[in-house]
Design a protein around this ligand. Structure first.
Ligand code: ADP
Ligand code: ASP
Ligand code: MG
Length: 439
């Protein structure tokens, strides 16, 4: 058995957290490849080391005093090193980083040092070999991942080591320039390592008991999802359930390697299994609920629009010409509504309205802002009649006005549009009817 274990920032925020992680790894000798994040928050008002590094580099790039900030970052690592009683000094590393900052090495280089340094500490603590991610994870010039080269280099390099620490979040361009994934990207590193070594399991350790039916910041103590498919997870992550980076499933998905989300603070719990496909029926009709605020809708009215050939294409062409992607497009006989991200749309709204008038001569174009989308996701919904009805009656009871409904043809999800102000109420109402009422 070979397992890859990735630990998130809060799992590695202090010496105490490191000790929990060390115990987890030593308990199971198949936990051979460790992917650490940078130290995260120790308490809720704390700052993640990654954020400190971005700020520090911004000062350096703006030729402002950055050393005090860098010293604070060094203090975070020293606290961990001392707390663990390690015989390790990062002084030379910090001298090098300081020099690179003066030479304007870039904010991605800066941010990557969080994981790089934590990898060095972790390798020293565990007695595992340290493998710098810049030597095994490669990006193309256009910033996309070079998946083939990465897979080959990782496989070759890790063949030679039975136990290794590979820091998350970054890799390098062909010329050695350090580059990072988007925020939360250590999850992707873990997935790439799992694929390269054909792991039996990719364990992703974090600060919650697993993938939860709903966001714990909205629902108090939500139920844990025992098993979820990659497809369901993708829908939920895309809609804001940010437990796992949304790109992290692709490398392992093709290899059929399951992901197990686990809680560093409660390792005795089984967490959530993320799998390609399963016969296990979900505990509830729905698997999960997620959502996002900050959408705007453009409602277009024109009598008989649905018999006008090319109407939809012309309308969407206006969005394309303005570089705006659309999220949903429910339509009726004489109406069509387009949901877009408000932040992407506001600066261009008048161009878009003018463009629509020119393209299709509508009767009316109306805008509505401050909308939220809520996605109810579940493989079990396909086999159950009345799911949509239950969602809408729950929302009606909670006095939430539904602005839009969209059901994917896969019947895996139902998406409803509501006002931003109703967002939390809507999620609570749906959670209560499908989960609380079934317990
Ligand atoms: P890590 O630092 O370990 O990578 P993240 O902060 O990236 O952890 O992801 C875990 C966080 O995701 C949780 O602390 C929780 O606040 C948030 N979260 C949002 N939606 C969900 C959900 N449906 N299930 C579990 N956690 C969720
Ligand atoms: N440390 C990085 C971040 O905060 C990457 C990660 O944690 O996955 O985004
Ligand atoms: Mg994360």
């Amino acid at each position: 058995m070979k397992k890859v274990v990735k630990f998130g920032g809060s799992s590695l925020a202090s010496a105490d957290q490191f000790r929990k992680v060390g115990k987890i790894i030593r308990e199971d000798e198949s936990r051979r490849y460790v992917v650490p994040s940078a130290p995260g928050k120790r308490f809720s008002s704390d700052t993640k080391v990654t954020d400190m590094l971005y700020q520090c580099y911004e000062a350096a790039a703006g030729e402002k005093a950055y050393k005090p900030m860098l010293e604070k970052i060094q203090a975070r690592y020293d606290e961990i090193i001392q707390g663990l009683g390690l015989n390790l000094s990062l002084k030379d590393e910090f001298d090098k980083i300081s020099e690179m900052f003066t030479n304007k090495a870039g904010s991605e280089y800066a941010a990557s040092r969080g994981e790089y340094l934590n990898g060095i500490v972790m390798a020293n603590y565990l007695g595992f070999e340290f493998v710098d991610a810049a030597t095994v994870i490669f990006f193309n010039e256009d910033g996309s991942l070079n998946g083939e080269k990465t897979n080959e280099m990782l496989r070759e390099r890790l063949k030679a080591t039975e136990y290794a620490v590979i820091p998350g979040f970054y890799g390098a361009l062909e010329d050695g320039t350090v580059k990072t994934f988007s925020r939360g990207g250590s999850d992707i590193t873990g997935s790439l390592v799992a694929k390269a070594i054909t792991a039996d399991l990719y364990e992703n350790w974090t600060d919650v008991p697993g993938f939860l039916v709903a966001d714990p910041r909205i629902i108090n103590n939500p139920e844990v999802i025992e098993t979820i498919t990659y497809r369901e997870l993708r829908e939920l992550s895309y809609m804001g359930a940010s437990v796992l980076h949304e790109d992290a499933i692709f490398p392992v998905r093709k290899e059929g390697i399951p992901i197990n989300i686990r809680n560093t603070n409660a390792p005795e719990q089984k967490g959530t299994m993320i799998v390609e496909s399963t016969c296990r029926s979900p505990k509830f009709t729905i698997t999960g609920i997620a959502g996002k605020k900050g959408f705007a809708s453009i409602n277009i009215d024109k009598a008989m629009m649905n018999s006008e050939i090319g109407f939809g294409r012309k309308v969407l062409g206006v969005f394309e010409d303005n570089g705006i992607s659309f999220e949903h497009m429910p339509s009726g006989i004489d109406t069509m509504t387009i949901f877009v991200h408000q932040a992407e749309f506001v600066d261009k709204e008048q161009q878009v309205i003018a463009g629509i008038h020119r393209a299709v001569q509508p009767d009316v174009v109306e805008l509505e802002s401050d909308l939220a989308l809520v996605a109810v996701v579940g493989r079990g919904m396909r086999a159950t009649r009345g799911t949509a009805g239950r969602i809408f009656s729950a929302l009606a009871h909670a006095r939430v006005n539904v602005k839009m409904i969209d059901q994917g043809s896969s019947e895996l999800n139902i998406i409803v549009g509501v006002k931003n102000a109703d967002f939390e109420t809507a999620i609570r109402a749906i959670y209560d009817i499908f989960v609380t009422a079934q317990l």
